[in-house]
Design a protein around this ligand. Structure first.
Ligand code: SAM
Length: 184
C-alpha cells in the first residue's frame, strides 16, 4: 500500500528514508524531528482533503455538525499537521480538535488557524456562492489544537465529554497519520 500519493518520487523517498531502520516505537519522535527541522513540506499539500470538502457541502446529512439536541458536534483530526482539515471542519460547523505529536506542529497550526479564519482561502469551500461561504463562516465552530500521541491515552484530558453517549468526539477524521507503509 502506498501513502502520500500526491508527493513525487524523490520527496516520498526522502520521507520514507527518514523512517528507515527507525523502530515503530520511535516513529512519533521521528515525526517531531521533521517538524523541528522545517521539513513539513515533505507531505504538506497546502489545502484540506478535497473529498471531505465535497462530503461536507454536498452530503450535509452524512456529516451534520449539529446534534439532534442542538449542541455543536466535536470532530477530532489525529496527526492534523498544519491543520487544514481542522479548519475545514470548523468552517463547516464542528468544534474541531487537531491532535499532533509535535509541539512545533501545534504552534504552527494555531498560528495558521488565526490567519486563515480571518479570510478563509477558497480551497475550504466547493460552493461558487459567496453568500453561502459567508453563511458557513458565520456559523462556524472553533478549531483547537492538542499535543500528544494518538496511540496513547493521555492527550484528551482537557476535553470534557458533552454527549449523551459519553464520547468526547462525534467524528474522527484521519488523513495519513501514523506509520508510513511501503509498497507490499
Ligand atoms: C503525513 S503527515 C499528515 C498531516 C496532515 N494530516 C495533512 O494532511 O497535512 C502526518 C502527521 O501526523 C503526525 N503524527 C504522526 N504520528 C502521530 C501520532 N502518533 N500522534 C499524533 N500525531 C502524529 C506527524 O507529526 C505529522 O504532522
Amino acid at each position: 500500500m502506498a501513502t502520500l500519493s500526491n508527493t513525487n518520487d524523490s520527496t516520498r523517498g526522502r520521507l520514507i528514508g527518514h523512517f528507515d531502520n527507525v523502530p515503530l516505537e520511535r516513529h512519533a519522535s521521528a515525526w517531531s524531528e521533521l517538524w523541528d527541522q522545517g521539513e513539513s513540506d515533505l507531505w504538506d499539500r497546502g489545502c484540506p482533503s478535497p473529498s471531505l470538502v465535497d462530503l461536507l457541502e454536498h452530503q450535509p446529512d452524512v456529516l451534520n455538525p449539529i446534534a439532534p439536541s442542538g449542541r455543536r458536534k466535536r470532530a477530532l483530526v489525529p496527526g492534523c499537521g498544519r491543520g487544514y482539515d481542522v479548519i475545514l471542519l470548523a468552517l463547516h460547523g464542528f468544534d474541531a480538535y487537531g491532535l499532533e505529536i509535535s509541539p512545533t506542529a501545534v504552534a504552527t497550526g494555531k498560528e495558521y488557524a488565526i490567519s486563515e479564519l480571518k479570510e478563509p482561502s477558497l480551497c475550504y469551500f466547493s460552493t461558487p456562492s459567496e453568500a453561502k461561504r459567508e453563511e458557513y463562516r458565520k456559523n462556524r465552530g472553533e478549531p483547537r489544537f492538542l499535543q500528544g500521541n494518538f496511540f496513547e491515552s493521555d492527550w484528551d484530558g482537557e476535553v470534557v465529554s458533552q454527549s449523551d453517549h459519553g464520547s468526547k468526539f462525534d467524528l474522527v477524521y484521519d488523513y495519513t497519520v501514523g506509520p508510513l507503509y511501503s509498497e507490499v
